[in-house]
Every structure is written in structure tokens, then in C-alpha cells.
Write a protein that binds this ligand. Structure first.
Ligand SMILES: [Zn+2]
Length: 316
């Protein structure tokens, strides 16, 4: 399963352009609000269960006092239960916020995503990505004047009338690829690497951002060679995953190695090895604290690429 996909929400892309329509949604009785504080999302632990968190949304009536600037309110869409908004409360002190939060607490979505219902995880990720974008685009990149939120937080317009440039949320494409060594048909292997930023012993697939004027296949070839010195061909698209941490989409590929000698760059990648499926089965889980190598996080497309390769190889 790939997390953060298949968001079951009518984004109302046309209707949200009307401030009056947004106001109508905000005042509907069914309106619910996800509250975010410095990129952390309000969640709570289920009754009697200190392990499993769930997303928490509050009725509009309960948080309307916290909306000191309409700027910080973002329309997400309409789900089967009614309108959903996100509210950024990062400017408020913990003391001021506490009475509004009930039994909720602010938790980093990335720490708990795979424990959440997948639809909740997708909604929280969408809210987090949009709140982040709004907070980081408060000034016009062209003339430096303040920008103002429009379209329910999906566009920011420069407040200088002679400029009036419209700014939209951007998504940065990145490729992520499982490189396969098929030279021994009895024992196919895949290339996994440890990024210097990774915690502990997690090994994952290679990945990198798409450069300007580069096709996705060219990015795959370049990144694999730069990071591990391996040449590849037969680059085939597998799947994609929105990755709003803060604003990417991961485009997943599989590629065949045509050279096998690994030379890590020593900057981004600390170590890289070829592993067969039996070896991967002995790996631990991300965050388990063991001494063994671990597989990528369960909410990542890297894990999907590794798992689907393992299943396929073990069935061959
Ligand atoms: Zn401007």
C-alpha cells in the first residue's frame, strides 16, 4: 500500500475561488478543522490505547476564536461528512492553545503515519503541505511585497497592485528507483544504500530531484551514477507517491544495472550494497533500534518498491 494517495475529498477547485463560497463552507454546521502547530498535527490516542493515534478535527465553533487572521485558514475540500479546513496556529502560545485542544496533542505526522487510517494520513498530509506552503510564501518572489491568501489558501497574490503576481503551490518532482542486478538469474539482487541523513542502519532505494530540462529517465540514470557509480538501462515507471514533506512527488522506477562495481559518493551516500531477497528478509524495521540493517519506513514508496521486488523475486 502506498500512503498519502487516493485522497477522498472533493477539492472544489472552481468553487473555492469565490471568497463568498468559502465563507459559506466555513459557517456550515458540519464544518471541521484540522489544527496544525509548526508542522505538527493535532491528534489523540484512542481510549485505553497509548499506541494507536488518530487524527483529530475540531468543530468550527470551537476554534473560530483562534482565527485571528483569515490568512491562516485553508480550505481543504468536502468529504462525505462536510467541509474540511486546516488552521495554522503556530503564532499562538501553548498556554493560549491548551483550552481548545481537549485530549489532543501536536504530533509529527511522519512519526506515526503508518499507524493511522490511510485516509486520515492523506488528509493530514494534504493539510500539512498547504499550511507549509502558505507560511513560506508570505512575500512576493518578484517584488518582495507581502502576498495575500486567495482561493481558500490555494493561491497567494502579491499585494502591490502594479505587480499583482499570482503564486500557486508548487510540487517538486523527485525520482526514486530500485536498481536490479539480473546477471545471475538464480539470484537477482537489488541495490540499497544508506543516506548520510538516515537514522541508524536504514537501507533504502536511491532517489533524487529532477534537474531543469531533464527527463525522468535521465534523472534516474544520473542519480544512480552520481551516488553509486552504477550505469543502468531498462528504466520502467512503477508508481508515484505525493510526499508533502515539504512539497515533493516521488516518481518510482525500476532500472536494470549494466555495471556492478559500487563507488559511493561519500557525501550523500555513506554505504551501498547489493542484497538478494533472502538477505532482505532478515532486515529489521525502521526505528526498531536493532543492530541489523533495517528496511525503509512503511509509509514510503521506497518500501513499496522493495516489497514488490521481493515478492516478485520470491515467486520466480
Ligand atoms: Zn509582487
Amino acid at each position: 500500500m502506498i500512503y498519502y494517495r487516493e485522497l477522498n475529498l472533493d477539492r472544489a477547485s472552481e468553487s473555492r475561488k469565490s471568497p463568498r463560497w468559502i465563507e459559506q463552507q466555513w459557517t456550515r454546521q458540519q464544518c471541521r478543522v484540522f489544527v496544525l502547530n509548526n508542522d505538527k498535527s493535532l491528534m489523540r490516542y484512542r481510549d485505553g490505547d497509548l499506541v494507536t493515534p488518530e487524527a483529530m478535527h475540531l468543530p468550527q465553533s470551537r476554534v473560530s476564536d483562534l482565527v485571528d487572521e483569515f490568512e491562516r485558514l485553508i480550505f481543504l475540500g468536502i468529504d462525505p461528512h462536510g467541509p474540511l479546513f486546516a488552521l495554522d496556529v503556530s503564532q499562538h502560545s501553548d498556554v493560549l492553545l491548551q483550552p481548545y485542544l481537549g485530549d489532543g496533542e501536536f504530533i509529527d505526522l511522519r512519526d506515526v503515519a503508518w499507524q493511522l487510517d490511510a485516509q486520515q494520513a492523506a488528509q493530514l498530509a494534504y493539510a500539512r503541505g498547504l499550511v507549509f506552503w502558505n507560511r513560506h510564501h508570505r512575500f512576493c518572489g518578484l517584488c518582495g511585497s507581502p502576498t495575500r491568501s486567495e482561493y481558500g489558501g490555494h493561491m497567494r497574490r502579491c499585494s502591490d497592485e502594479s505587480c499583482a503576481r499570482m503564486h500557486f503551490p508548487r510540487t517538486d518532482p523527485a525520482v526514486i528507483m530500485l536498481v536490479e542486478d539480473c546477471s545471475d538469474p538464480q539470484r537477482p539482487r537489488c541495490l540499497l544504500a544508506r543516506n548520510s541523513r538516515f537514522p541508524s542502519r536504514m537501507m533504502s532505494t536511491l532517489a533524487g530531484f529532477v534537474d531543469p530540462l531533464e527527463s525522468l529517465e535521465e534523472t534516474v540514470e544520473r542519480e544512480v551514477f552520481e551516488e553509486c557509480g552504477i550505469r543502468v538501462d531498462r528504466i520502467e515507471y512503477q508508481a508515484s507517491q505525493p510526499w508533502p514533506f515539504p512539497s515533493s512527488i516521488m516518481l518510482g522506477f525500476r532500472a536494470r544495472a549494466i555495471s556492478l562495481d559500487i563507488v559511493v559518493d561519500g557525501v550523500e551516500i555513506d554505504e551501498a550494497h547489493w542484497f538478494d531477497a533472502q538477505q532482505l528478509k532478515t532486515f529489521g524495521e525502521w526505528g526498531d533500534g536493532g543492530d541489523n540493517y533495517s528496511l525503509p519506513r512503511r509509509d514510503s514508496i521506497a518500501r513499496f518498491l522493495v516489497n514488490s521486488w521481493m515478492e516478485e523475486v520470491l515467486q520466480r
